[in-house]
Ligand binder design. Structure first.
Ligand code: ATP
Ligand code: MG
Length: 556
């Protein structure tokens, strides 16, 4: 939310009206993750909206863990979510909030509903309850326990809390309308009996409130003015409002829904992402191929690129799928502008420069960024052997091939023009070395004889360089919609999404790379050290993204 010239989205319109009319003196939003997995690109959108709106309008945004489901939640997820929000560039207002810290208040409010004849303890089993619920076209039936007296309900509910009953044997339900066309209003469950250890409250509780009974009241307790969520909660809004209307809450927040972010070639379901991790299809939640925020961080995506991408996708009420190429574009845009350049040869081929004086070495100078002189210059060592990429040499080639060919010339980037004389082969006929000559006096100049180089290739000094590993990534899924055509989403996994190259050779300057630095490896793409595999004696680079979109070309 940086571009002020952009038209306002529908939520911004609502906020500006509310501020102008004095309905709210200041906006307060919240990002409410359930700590049952790592955050993904869809959550990044929600974070960007909630924190971004608060920042734009001088308000505050809370980070609230919606932790009503202890069996699936844990502290590792809590910690990862905090890290991800901060990494995206946001800071929550005050302390972190937990819905679980309102459990006592929510319990009091449940008693309040009972006392006003608005809730009852129901002894139907889960299965019976489903039968009684009815369908979209048929009204439900009243529970036989719906007319219990207030005294009886207070007694049963207190005993539910005291742990007198088995898990799942009873529940507390709101008494609303079993004939409502909105199924969420058909006496929804407010409390379940569940003996589960909770990551925040320990074993204090054996009954846990439902999401619906928790969310709006938590918003009210925190003074949230605009409670922004995704469209699937639109049908829950009447219930959200019913609780606020029937409870002595300190404030009246409002819920607004926008369409969730869906991205092609990937999945944004925590359940599916967890399955990828649990079944070891990927190397953990932060595998660089994962659409998780931690995976994108390890891959080398920048917080700015992710925020820019969220901005590009807009805030609407229309469901749609965004092309992943848009995210990749945002990353290239950000990195092209600021990544220092370096040379790294991924599949090295030795080139011996036969006319370069033996034992001579020299130091050449190259810009750190060709379009930004302020980033300074870097030194490159040069000697009688260099490595170029295997793909940059052919014995013969047509005119389209602008690289090194026998009898032809090419420029070594930031260095001399060379001409290839001979291809040396091993017993299998594989080219293992090229013998070439330097064309004299070609540093920064064309050859004096007028025979120009066909193109420019990157290279690394044969004497002084770093050996490293490079990990190239392709999309994790090969289908535009993983699981398309009724297959399991796992059958859409791309078997070639990870390609590990060892024995790569990089210029010495990369010795200074830190885990935060992203480089453009000239003619290859953008790279960052892998935070997991890199050791002092072993550099491992992740490909952040290629220089241009090759997916369209390869899969057309
Ligand atoms: P679950 O299936 O576990 O409920 P969830 O993705 O809804 O998964 P939450 O932790 O409840 O996970 O989400 C936190 C917030 O992020 C919610 O407000 C939710 O609406 C929002 N959110 C989740 N997925 C997306 C998405 N794809 N696009 C935009 N917002 C999202
Ligand atoms: Mg959810």
């Amino acid at each position: 939310m940086t571009d002020t010239a952009k038209p306002l989205n529908f939520i911004e319109h609502i906020i500006e009206d509310d501020l102008a009319s004095g309905k709210v003196p200041r906006i307060q939003t919240r990002f409410p993750p359930e700590p049952n997995g790592y955050l993904h690109i869809g959550h990044a959108k929600s974070i960007w909206i909630n924190f971004g709106l608060a920042a734009k309008y001088g308000g505050l945004c809370n980070l609230r863990f919606d932790d009503t489901n202890p069996e699936k939640e844990n502290e590792e997820y809590v910690e990862s979510i905090k890290r991800d929000v901060q990494w995206l560039g946001y800071q929550w207002a005050g302390d972190i909030q937990y819905s679980s810290s309102y459990f006592e208040q929510l319990y009091e409010w449940a008693l309040h509903l009972i006392r006003h004849g608005n809730a009852y303890v129901c002894d139907l089993t889960g299965e019976q309850m489903r039968e009684y619920r009815g369908t979209l076209t048929e009204a439900g039936k009243n529970s036989p326990w719906r007319e219990r007296s207030i005294e009886e309900n207070l007694d049963w509910f207190t005993r539910m809390r005291a742990g007198e009953f088995a898990d799942g044997s009873r529940s507390l339900r709101a008494k609303i309308d079993m004939a409502s066309p909105n199924i969420n209003m058909r006496d929804p469950v407010l409390y379940r009996i569940k003996r589960a250890h909770h990551h925040q409250t320990g074993d204090t509780w054996c009954i846990y409130p439902s999401y619906d009974f928790t969310h709006g009241q938590s918003d009210a307790l925190e003074g949230i003015t605009h409670s922004i969520c995704t469209l699937e909660f639109a049908d829950h809004r009447p219930l959200y409002e019913w609780f606020l209307a029937n409870l002595p809450v300190p404030a009246t927040p409002h819920q607004y829904e926008f369409s969730r972010l869906n991205v092609n070639y990937t999945v944004t379901s925590k359940r599916k992402l967890k399955q990828l991790v649990d079944d070891k299809h990927v190397d953990g939640w932060d595998d660089p191929r994962m659409p998780t925020i931690s995976g994108m961080r390890r891959r080398g995506f920048t917080p700015k690129a992710i925020r820019d991408f969220c901005d590009m996708t807009g805030v609407t009420k229309t469901e749609g799928v965004v092309d992943i190429g848009m995210l990749e574009y945002a990353i290239r845009e950000d990195l092209n502008a600021r990544a220092p350049r370096a040379m790294c040869v991924l599949r090295p081929l030795k080139v011996t420069l036969t006319n370069y004086p033996q034992a001579q070495t020299e130091t050449l100078s190259a810009p750190v960024h060709p379009q930004n002189e302020a980033m300074g210059r870097r030194e490159l060592s040069f000697s009688g052997t260099v490595y170029i990429d295997q793909a940059d040499f052919r014995e013969q080639a047509n005119k389209q091939y602008k690289r090194l060919v026998l009898g032809k010339r090419v420029r070594l980037r930031n260095a001399y023009v060379i001409e290839a004389d001979e291809a040396v082969k091993d017993a299998n006929g594989e080219i293992i070395e090229v013998k070439a000559r330097i064309i004299e006096n070609t540093l920064g100049k064309d050859p004096a004889d007028g025979v120009k180089a066909k193109g420019v290739v990157h290279w690394v000094d044969g004497e002084q360089h770093l050996n490293c590993e490079v990990r190239l990534y392709d999309r994790l899924f090969m289908d535009v919609a993983p699981g398309i055509g009724g297959k399991n989403f796992l059958d859409s996994l791309n078997p070639d999404s990870l390609n590990i190259l060892s024995g790569c050779k990089a210029e010495l300057n990369l010795q200074q790379a830190t885990l935060e630095d992203r480089y453009q490896f000239e003619r290859e793409g953008y790279f960052i050290l892998d935070s997991h595999y890199t050791r002092p004696d072993q550099l491992v680079f992740n490909q952040v993204i290629g220089l241009r979109d090759t997916w369209q070309k390869n899969n057309a």
